[in-house]
Design a binder for this molecule. Structure first.
Ligand code: NDP
Length: 513
């Protein structure tokens, strides 16, 4: 982990910051604010580790990662407790989050070789004398900057995949969850014996320093606004970035949907983790034929859920105190502009907890419909057709996740939504499938974590051609003659001059006259 013990002797006491328990406000622990110099030192050390790590075989790396997975799994209760202390989330939610992260770590470790190792590709008729292959090589050191809302699952989507692809990782956790980040690095060191994965802690400046510390890629998860700052900092050194930013996810409920299941999914999607979920449900568009029945079901279910502090709680506190103002502003704006709160409302926002809030009749250009609320609130709107629902779903600058509840048209509707991921007749289920890429479009960012795309995100493609025999047509030589060029033209005419046969469909495509 990150005890940066090579500070100069005369450096004086290191600055620290406190992580706080959002339920009580008590200090959980103090953590170092790592300076720019210390972040650079951490990256330099990671670069040495990267050399050792990249030289291992895929099997050897997988063995290390699976050992780490075993340690995390056996100490799940300890990790969940740390997550609970720093975010306030209920233990059950912490367990679920960690369980998903463990599954991703397992998948990344076991699939890296198959997906990244050198494989042959067709060399084509013009280069028939060449054998062609591609492999995916590690970039070196990846800097991961993570948020506080899912302090294990979210950064592990980058950490596990970057490590499995052969990179070293330096992780800057959110200032709200530094202890979780340190826990992960500590257990990694215990399992692997070398700090291939390390942590630097601090505030936003430490994250900014990581962007400028010479890493080979930055994987950022956080708000769109910070994502832009990260990109700007990385642009100075042409450091590539993957941006996993916010969302304004919608659910479409068609007239043939299972309304009880849809209401259950909407309520959980909107309120789980106190609504502090990038792919959380924030808007719902319901077919007019079932609008009243759906709203009645949603209200009746929502009335059973309360945010409070206690061992049986389903809804924890708002982790970041300043988010309270955003949630309050969105509710106030919705109500001031003609919206109605069927559950919760103005009084839902307390000192540390926000109660579930179901808003209807909210104008489409209000804050609660347009901007990320990041609280346990949801707007529900009536639509005349599914087409209208799709249009309103897509009328956002974000495009992270989405959900469709429909018996007959789920797939068709899902294909028309502009978002990186869609769940049909379930909610956020895509995040739990390790083989599926995770990420968004527009203001939700770009690049992908998870799955094959997530592994490749932390690599560069290395293409190699190798001559198998001398070419009949010396195309890449000054020995090429007019005759060779005429032969090339004949070959081209034969290959491409007439209708082309599509490889899979076998359908001739005629050229337009
Ligand atoms: P922030 O954007 O505030 O912070 C994210 C991380 O960036 C933190 O570690 C933060 O450090 C760090 N940071 C802050 N300023 C800088 C800077 N100038 N340069 C580099 N790093 C910096 O997001 P939150 O932590 O509040 O997370 C909530 C947001 O994350 C929501 O918008 C949510 O939708 C999004 N999110 C997206 C996910 C996705 O996969 N698409 C998943 C989970 C969340 P510090 O905390 O110390 O300030």
């Amino acid at each position: 982990m990150t005890t940066l013990d090579d500070r100069p002797a005369d450096a004086g006491p290191a600055a620290t910051f406190d992580s706080l328990n959002p339920i009580t406000g008590d200090v959980v622990a103090a953590h170092p604010v790592h300076s720019e110099e210390e972040v650079r030192a951490a990256v330099a050390r990671a670069r040495e580790e990267a050399v050792w790590w990249a030289a291992l075989s895929f099997d050897e790396r997988a063995e290390h990662l699976l050992r780490w997975k075993g340690v995390i799994t056996r100490r799940l209760a300890q990790l969940a407790e740390q997550m609970h202390l720093e975010t306030g989330k209920p233990d059950g939610d912490a367990l679920l989050e960690a369980a998903l992260a463990i599954d991703h770590l397992d998948w990344a470790a076991k699939h890296a070789e198959k997906l990244l190792k050198r494989r042959k590709v067709s060399s084509g008729l013009l280069m028939v004398n060449q054998s062609a292959s591609v492999a995916y090589k590690p970039l070196g050191v990846v800097g991961v900057i993570g948020p506080w809302n899912y302090p294990v699952f979210t950064p592990m989507g980058s950490i596990a995949y970057a490590l499995a692809a052969g990179n070293a990782v330096v992780f800057k956790p959110s200032e709200y969850t530094p202890g979780v980040g340190e826990w992960l690095a500590r257990t990694f060191l215990e399992a692997v014996g070398r700090p291939v994965f390390s942590v630097v802690t601090g505030l936003g400046e430490t994250g900014a320093a990581l962007c400028r510390a010479g890493v080979d890629k930055v994987a950022f998860t956080g708000s769109t606004a910070t994502g832009k700052r990260v990109m700007a900092a990385c642009a100075e050194t042409l450091t590539p970035v993957v941006i996993e930013a916010g969302g304004k996810d919608a659910v479409i409920v068609d007239h043939d949907a299972d309304l009880e299941a849809a209401a259950d999914a909407v309520l959980w999607g909107a309120c789980a983790n106190a609504g502090q979920t990038c792919t959380g449900v924030e808007r719902v568009y319901v077919h007019e034929k079932v609008y009243d029945a759906f709203v009645a079901e949603l209200v009746s279910q929502a009335e059973q859920v309360r945010a409070h502090d206690g061992p049986d709680t389903q809804l924890g506190p708002i982790t970041m105190p300043k988010q309270m103002d955003v949630i309050r502003a969105h509710i106030d704006d919705a109500l001031a502009r003609g919206g109605r709160a069927l559950v919760g409302g103005k009084d839902a926002v307390g000192e540390r907890f926000v109660q579930p809030t179901i808003l209807v009749d909210v104008p489409e250009d209000s804050l609660a419909v347009c901007e990320e609320t990041f609280g346990p609130t949801v707007t529900v709107a009536r639509v005349g057709t599914v087409e209208e629902a799709v249009r309103r779903t897509n009328a956002t600058s974000y495009g992270l996740g989405s959900t469709v509840f429909s018996k007959a048209r789920g797939m068709e509707i899902a294909e028309r939504i502009r978002s990186g991921m869609t769940a049909i007749n379930g909610v956020i289920t895509f995040a739990g499938v390790p083989a599926l890429p995770f990420g968004g479009v527009g203001d939700s960012g770009f690049g992908r974590i998870h799955g094959e795309d997530g592994l490749k995100e932390f690599t560069y493609a290395k293409a190699i051609t190798q001559q198998r025999f001398k070419a009949a047509l010396p195309l890449t030589s000054f020995k090429r003659t007019d005759k060779h060029e005429q032969q090339l033209v004949s070959l081209l005419t034969m290959l491409h001059g007439r209708g082309t046969t599509l490889p899979k469909l076998g359908k001739p495509v005629r050229r337009a006259r």
